[in-house]
Unconditional design. Structure first.
Length: 263
């Protein structure tokens, strides 16, 4: 949008930021004179004061990745969590035994998108066989993902499959490899990134659910720009269709992501 005299400020918030510190970040952005804000929401913070601040200042904002603000945000772009959960559940049902138990690692059960993935996964995975599904919250922290995976391997031998429902699977793969559970554990992840290529090639990762984060970002910018510049809003809530990715086409999706192409 530089040809339209639009410039951007990117602020990366550190992990462990308190709600007060988060609010201060937005206050500083507003003081710099921004006309609109795009928020890539995380699971660790309460955004209610941020939303109130932006509304009071009459600054439109888009949320990308999760539906945290309900109807408060001007634009919401996210993956179709309903479909993502069903894709993962259907595939997992086909690759584990009929008596296998599975675990789901998500960020937080307080996030609507994460809850929807869990519910849809369980519904699709069960089918006519009510196999046990255990839910674990990682708060999307890599160290929590590793710790929980280690606990599953050590204390829950009947769990033969794990669905990582958020972009936090590298430490899960690492733990499975380090403890030698490559053959016993079936893994469905959410990430598409270079560091996971070796785990895909070795068979630790059975499948990945591609959420097309690049398209999510592009859509958020386009919709928010239309709203600010033209006072036009075609849709508030936009869901991006996820795809299932296997070893044979993982590199294709990785290349597309690295080259910033939207599939």
């Amino acid at each position: 949008l530089i040809d339209f005299n639009v410039t951007s400020i990117t602020v990366e918030c550190e992990e462990g930021l308190s709600n007060e510190e988060l609010l201060q970040v937005f206050l500083e952005m507003i003081d710099s004179g921004v006309n609109a804000v795009i928020i890539c929401t995380g699971v660790a913070n309460d955004y209610s004061r941020v939303s109130e601040l932006l509304h009071n200042k009459k600054i439109p904002f888009a949320e990308v990745g999760n539906a945290i603000f309900d109807d408060q945000s001007s634009v919401c772009v996210r993956v179709d969590s309903y479909l993502a959960g069903r894709l993962a559940g259907e595939y997992m049902r086909e690759i584990v035994s009929n008596d296998a138990e599975v675990g789901i690692l998500i960020g937080s059960q307080g996030i609507p998108d994460h809850v929807e993935k869990v519910c849809c996964f369980i519904e699709e995975f069960h089918g006519n066989n009510k196999r046990k599904v255990s839910i674990y919250e990682t708060q999307d922290l890599p160290e929590n993902a590793y710790k929980i995976t280690k606990e599953i391997l050590e204390k829950h031998p009947r769990i033969n499959g794990i669905y990582v429902g958020t972009v936090n699977s590298e430490q899960v793969c690492k733990c499975i490899a380090e403890f030698g559970f490559e053959r016993q554990m079936k893994l469905v992840i959410t990430d598409i990134q270079p560091s996971l290529g070796a785990y895909v090639d070795s068979g630790i990762v059975s499948a990945a659910i591609f959420q097309n984060t690049i398209m999510q970002g592009r859509l958020a910018v386009k919709l928010l720009y239309d709203l600010v510049s033209r006072r036009k809003r075609t849709r508030r809530d936009m869901k991006v269709t996820p795809h299932i990715v296997l070893r044979s086409n993982f590199q294709c999706y990785l290349d597309s992501k690295e080259n910033e192409l939207s599939l």
